[in-house]
Design a protein around this ligand. Sequence first.
Ligand code: ADP
Length: 409
Amino acid sequence: MGAVKLVELLLTAEVFNRYEELTEDDIPKEIRKLLYSRGGIKRPLVIRADIAAKYAGEVNQRPPFVDLNAFSKQYILTSFDLAVKWLASRGVDLIRRNPALAYYYQNYDSLDVSYEEARKANLPKHGDKEWLRSVIEELEKKEETKEMLSLVRVLSPEEIPVDFKDVALSEEQLEEVRKIEVAIEEREFLRKIGLSDIGKLLFIGPPGTGKTTTARALSKKLYLPLLEVKLSMITSQYLGETSKNIEKVFEIARRMNPCILFIDEFDYVAKMRTSDEHAAIKRAVNTLLKSIDEINLVEDGVLLIAATNHPSLLDPAVWRRFDKVIEFPEPAEVIRRRIFEIFLAKIEGDFNIDELVKETEGFTGADIKLVVREAVLKALLEGRRTLSQNDLIEAIRDVRERLKLKTSY
Ligand code: ADP
């Protein structure tokens, strides 16, 4: 196996170097992640021995057309044609999964490979955490862009622990998500027909109803990096800075495209507006509105999601800028049932979920998570790893007490 993978690796690099029309997305993920440097993958690609060892493992016998330069520790193909022929007879499966090679081999002899198929099966580079790291490292080198990075939290979809199936959403919410998915898939088409003002979502609803979780799960599902920023965090006490910070955040999103820009605590704009109408505050708010106007999914590859717990604070000038408002209300019975099922899935015990759902009217997803955690901790204190219905009912009571305290202050 080692030799076949080594030749695959060397040929991939060679084909990529020869055909300028190929992009990073044409290199298989497993190979790509070993090759990122300085903000991406740069031509010409060279394959050093250490990289080859990571991909191909130990190679006992090198094929005659493969040389290792003892000084530079780089592999060299002494005959491209021989390598092509050699791999065609030993590694068709690898070729089928490798878009760059499928591109080269699709017209080769009677080899049955399809570039389209290989490309579809290969995940795009913008979800690779190695790619993101290389972009971040490059941005960190310059003082100006380094500052930009300190304002946002960048997550790769590979690092996000929550799966979309583990978020309980209503039919309406799911339908909006599906629309975004097709909009991303059909970006080119939408651009062509002039429908570019798309992909700005506003999530509204009380705290703990799953707005952040949905944004994260979307990043994983759509395989797009997630840039998280809390509006309060970029609001500087030096108001002049706030406008600049807002511009920087949107600039970072453009540079990382395609990506999701998630702006939490969006009602902070409203707070900025109502505090005394200082010129600098106005400027900051206007910068934000202008930045939102100027960015879009179709042209810039940035899906904007803003979230707020206090939608009533937002004025019409803000609402108007979003093409979709998705509500996250206190979860209805069906949703609470799903949330219980999700959180209890890995826990042993015999539960009457109907009763739990009835007892948790007015609870958010976050409250239910707390209920399960409290019940588990209490059971553990008593030396049990199996949960009883009673543990959960008691925990519901405790959490309800706590919620009452919260609202009475
Ligand atoms: P928000 O951003 O609306 O304040 P979060 O997304 O941060 O809420 O939710 C807080 C916690 O509650 C999350 O850790 C998540 O596990 C849980 N949660 C809330 N709503 C849901 C839901 N609809 N489905 C699954 N988990 C949820």
